[in-house]
Design a binder for this molecule. Structure first.
Ligand code: ADP
Ligand code: 5GP
Length: 196
């Protein structure tokens, strides 16, 4: 009887994606998830309530602010942020460790500060990718064309983009999402090289 190679024998790796909102990060991450590379989303913990069909332990772990504070006190988070007033989001070390130990490659879709903290914590095990918009004008066009955000929200996102772009230099790789097919093949090449 032959022994089949088993993913659970191999520790997974971390893939961190950051980009200004509207750049095309979700589009590129979705593409990557479909490539049969054993990619799984990191499940964050949050104090915001579930939206729509969201379920505890699937999209997020939904906990109270007191529970969140307890995790902070116990140093349980790789990173956490108060993304909106009184709405905390964080990555639990135990959750990431469980996924990695299962052999999963874990994909992070977090803000720039959280992404860089995860990279710092995991070092060589993690690849931090910054997806760059071709220009701020094009970013605005994409946000408007996507049609999901009110004009003032679009302005807030654009205002934050400048700061986010200033952090791109600290990432392992930067990929410009101008032509989408080219960006997809660039992401795949960098990720495949990293996974070895
Ligand atoms: P993000 O997750 O970074 O906020 P999305 O993936 O939602 O961005 O993309 C924002 C919008 O831009 C979407 O409508 C998407 O279809 C579009 N888009 C993504 N990549 C490109 C591209 N290379 N050229 C033009 N439009 C794009
Ligand atoms: P939403 O409430 O729309 O699901 O997420 C709001 C924002 O929180 C998004 O920008 C998302 O990337 C960010 N976010 C989600 N989980 C985490 C996390 O664990 N850490 C950090 N720093 N940001 C997160």
């Amino acid at each position: 009887m032959s022994v089949q190679p088993n993913n659970t024998n191999r520790r997974g790796k971390l893939l961190i994606f950051c980009a200004p909102s509207g750049t095309g990060k979700s589009t590129l991450v979705q593409f990557l998830m479909e490539q049969g590379l054993n990619m799984h989303y990191s499940i964050s913990t949050t104090t915001r309530p579930p939206r729509g069909t969201e379920q505890n332990g699937v999209e997020y772990f939904f906990i109270t602010t007191d529970e969140f504070r307890e995790h902070i006190k116990n140093n349980d988070f790789v990173e956490y942020e108060e993304v909106y007033t009184n709405k905390f989001y964080g990555t639990l070390k135990s959750q990431v460790e469980n996924q990695l130990a299962d052999g999963q490659n874990v994909v992070f879709d977090v803000d720039v500060n959280g992404g860089l903290r995860i990279k710092k914590f995991y070092g060589e095990q993690a690849l931090a990718l910054f997806i760059m918009p071709p220009s701020i004008d094009e970013l605005r066009r994409r946000l408007v064309a996507r049609g999901t955000d009110a004009p003032e929200i679009i302005e807030q996102r654009l205002a934050r983009a400048e700061y986010e772009i200033s952090q791109a230099q600290y990432f392992d790789a930067q990929i410009v999402n101008d032509n989408l097919d080219k960006a997809k093949s660039d992401v795949l090449a960098v990720v495949n090289q990293f996974l070895g």
